[in-house]
Design a protein around this ligand. Sequence first.
Ligand code: HEM
Length: 322
Amino acid sequence: MEQITHQYLDRWEKLATFAWYPELRNYTLDIAYKLLVGVDCASQSQLGEWYKIWVDGLFTLPINLPWTNFGKALRCRKLLLAEIEKIVRQRQETGNSYQDVLELLLQAEDEEGKRLSLNELKDQLLTLLFAGHETLTSALASLCLLLVQNPEVLATARSEQQQLGVDTPLNAENLKQMTYLEQVLKEVMRLVPPVGGGFREVIQPCEFNGFHIPQGWSVLYQVGKTHKDESVYNHPEAFDPERFSPQRAEDKPKPFSYIPFGGGVRECLGKEFAKLEMKIFAALLLRHYHWELLPEQNLEMIMVPTPHPQDGLKVSFHKLSS
Ligand code: HEM
């Protein structure tokens, strides 16, 4: 993760002005493909474009015609699955062992020693590769925007990095010491949660706030609404990382008050992966770089499929003088 982050930071310094959101998409896609299936520079192939078209068709009317978003999405899904099949077959042919998720899935056995079929493998990998980059792109874009809009928070986060030593290599120990940065990341995902909500099936009839909910119904939990609940958060509309300081810990009194990764047994499988990637990205960015919003751009958020600024977050980007 660190190596790919350095490559992108160097690239952005050279570009100097650019739209950050599409760049962040390539960055998170490259990390997901490298760490999950061992493929380098995925964004330089057509994979990125196919994912984008597939995702754009996720929340549309399911009419499968060549010109509808849904039809285009289905075609790209097929192309992605074919590409994933190639990766799986190549891996099976090499016979070498790798340290990535594909290897874990290839080796996984159930209680009877049965392994995943090729179709199951492909389906799992498609989900992981999608979940592993789409949400993170949104979270990172919100982080970059909120930091530049809140210079005091940016200064405090930068000063934490300076205290830890901007040239000290990242390791498990100093990542753990970035407690203010943790609060910032947590607050970014409270205010602009990448996933709007999720469904649960009612497995036994129950009462909620005086309403009877029958068995078999689907209920939707809303992340954004939960995170703006005034009975939990002080001035929920404000960007205030201090709300997660040990003294205030606003999310602690009530269970399930902070749910960007969902909750319960089906909580996000990639939560730690995501938190680590966000922290590495933010730490290296804060240590060495400065960015400003370019004028005359629309910063309003488009909420579907995941929140992102309308004009792609156009910035100028420079290295800090040491
Ligand atoms: C900021 C980044 C991320 C956010 C906000 C996020 C959010 C979520 C949410 C809300 C759910 C539904 C959980 C539930 O229903 O309780 C979920 C599920 C899932 N996520 Fe993530 N996710 C992120 C990153 C990732 C990454 C990096 C991966 C993989 C490497 C990943 C893989 C998954 C998978 C496989 C599930 C389905 C889990 C299951 O149904 O058992 N996610 N995620």
